[in-house]
Design a protein around this ligand. Structure first.
Ligand code: FES
Length: 167
C-alpha cells in the first residue's frame, strides 16, 4: 500500500513539473510571437521598437496587412536597400505578403528566412526573394518614418526615402 502511495506521489510530482514546464514554454512562445503594442489610426500604425532584442521578430498590422519588423543580429549582413539603423541597432521590415500569389509567408527564425507555404517561395531575413523559388521580387516595403525609437508606418521618412533611392 505504502509503495502505491509513493508511486502516486512521484507520478503527481512529475506531472506537476511537466505541466509547469509546458506552461512556461507556452508563455515564452507567446511572448516571442506577440505583436508589438501598436497604435493604429487613420492609415498610420505607430510602434515603439526600442525594446526589441537582437534577432527578435514581430508583426504589426498596417492598413489590414501584416508588416514584419525584425531587429537583426550584429552578425547579419546589412542590406542598405532594405535595412535601417537606430543608433547601432539594425532593423528590417516589409509587407509579409508573398509577391508570387499573395499568401502569408512564415518567418523561420532558426533559418533566418521566410517560407511561403503555398508554393515553397523563400525570402531572406530582409525580405529578398530567393532565386529558384516562385516569388518574382522582394517583399514590398511600406512607407515608414522613424522618430527616436518610434516607427510610423504610412508616412515616408528619411530612412524610407534613402532605401527607395537605392532600389
Ligand atoms: S504564393 Fe507564395 S510561393 Fe506562391
Amino acid at each position: 500500500m505504502a509503495e502505491v502511495k509513493r508511486r502516486d506521489f512521484l507520478g503527481l510530482t512529475l506531472g506537476g513539473v511537466a505541466a509547469v514546464g509546458g506552461i512556461a514554454s507556452l508563455i515564452a512562445m507567446k511572448k516571442t510571437w506577440d505583436p508589438l503594442p501598436s497604435v493604429v489610426s487613420a492609415g498610420f500604425t505607430t510602434v515603439d521598437i526600442g525594446n526589441m532584442q537582437e534577432g527578435e521578430f514581430s508583426q504589426v498590422e498596417w492598413r489590414g496587412k501584416p508588416v514584419f519588423i525584425i531587429r537583426k543580429s550584429s552578425n547579419d549582413a546589412f542590406d542598405d536597400k532594405r535595412d535601417f539603423k537606430i543608433g547601432d541597432k539594425v532593423y528590417t521590415l516589409g509587407l509579409q505578403v508573398c509577391t508570387h500569389l499573395g499568401c502569408i509567408p512564415l518567418y523561420k527564425s532558426n533559418e533566418k528566412e521566410f517560407l511561403c507555404p503555398c508554393h515553397g517561395g523563400r525570402f531572406t531575413i530582409s525580405g529578398v526573394n530567393i532565386e529558384g523559388t516562385p516569388p518574382p521580387r522582394p517583399f514590398d516595403i511600406p512607407p515608414f518614418k522613424v522618430e527616436g525609437t518610434v516607427l510610423t508606418l504610412g508616412e515616408a521618412g528619411e530612412e524610407y526615402n534613402k532605401m527607395m533611392a537605392l532600389a
